[in-house]
Design a protein around this ligand. Structure first.
Ligand SMILES: [Mn+2]
Length: 237
């Protein structure tokens, strides 16, 4: 059986590697490819593409599923709000590209998985808003420890939800690194997982039966994760 092609939206960041110093580079943690390859899929890494931002159909025609990967904050202007001082490192071109792909994928029923930033992109694409700095509301930094390290926290998943079906469980200990979360939930989305300790929303999903799921945690970093394998098998079906 041919392998499904999973498009993964990548970051554009300044990076140093090999003989390149502070080169503007397209970046994606290898863990995404490992997880997708391990589940029997192929990966297409997608940098921002201005023509696809205007009309994503040509690109979406090639894909069997879309992953909105983690990364920097969404620009405040991309969601029509005033920037918070902690909203940093934004890339409006990436926002436009990913929001256009997300809306196009929702429109044609291609499975969509949003990871961390990608969950926030999904929510904004559906007309929702973000809480730009959740430590102010929650009073703790447990969702985002020091740079380069993962927090672990427990998540409670709504029984019977897509998130529970995809993860194969209603209780997960997740890898977390985010300082933003959802405020108003986007239209056609419903919350389906919450942090066990502070009850902040950790997942949103479509209520119409399609595979449309955003999680604030990082399934690609979890060797026991079942969400990415479920996405890949849905994409082959
Ligand atoms: Mn979290």
């Amino acid at each position: 059986m041919p392998r499904p092609l999973i498009g993964v939206c990548a970051a554009v960041e300044s990076a140093s590697y090999g003989v390149w110093k502070d080169e503007s580079a397209v970046l994606l943690p290898l863990s995404y490819a490992r997880a997708i390859h391990g589940a029997g899929g192929m990966v297409a890494m997608l940098p921002p593409d201005r023509r696809a931002s205007e009309d994503p159909a040509e690109l979406l025609d090639k894909l069997d599923a879309l992953v909105l990967a983690g990364g920097a904050d969404i620009d405040a202007e991309s969601q029509g709000v005033v920037p918070h001082p902690e909203t940093v490192g934004t890339n409006p071109d990436r926002d436009r590209f990913e929001i256009a792909l997300a809306l196009g994928a929702l429109d044609r029923g291609i499975p969509v998985l949003g990871v961390c930033r990608g969950m926030q992109v999904l929510n904004v694409a559906c007309g929702g808003t973000l809480d730009q700095h959740i430590p102010e509301r929650l009073g703790h930094e447990r969702h985002r420890p020091l740079p380069g390290s993962w927090a672990e926290h427990d998540v409670r998943i709504e029984p019977g939800s897509l998130a529970a079906a995809a993860a194969g469980t209603e209780h997960l200990t997740v890898k977390s690194h985010h300082h933003q979360g959802v405020d108003r939930i986007g239209e056609s989305l419903t919350p389906s997982a919450w942090a066990a300790d502070d009850e902040s929303v950790e997942a949103v999903e479509s209520s119409d039966g399609d595979f449309v799921l955003g999680v604030l945690w990082h399934p690609e970093e979890d060797a026991a994760d079942a969400i990415i394998p479920t996405l890949v098998s849905t994409a082959s079906g």
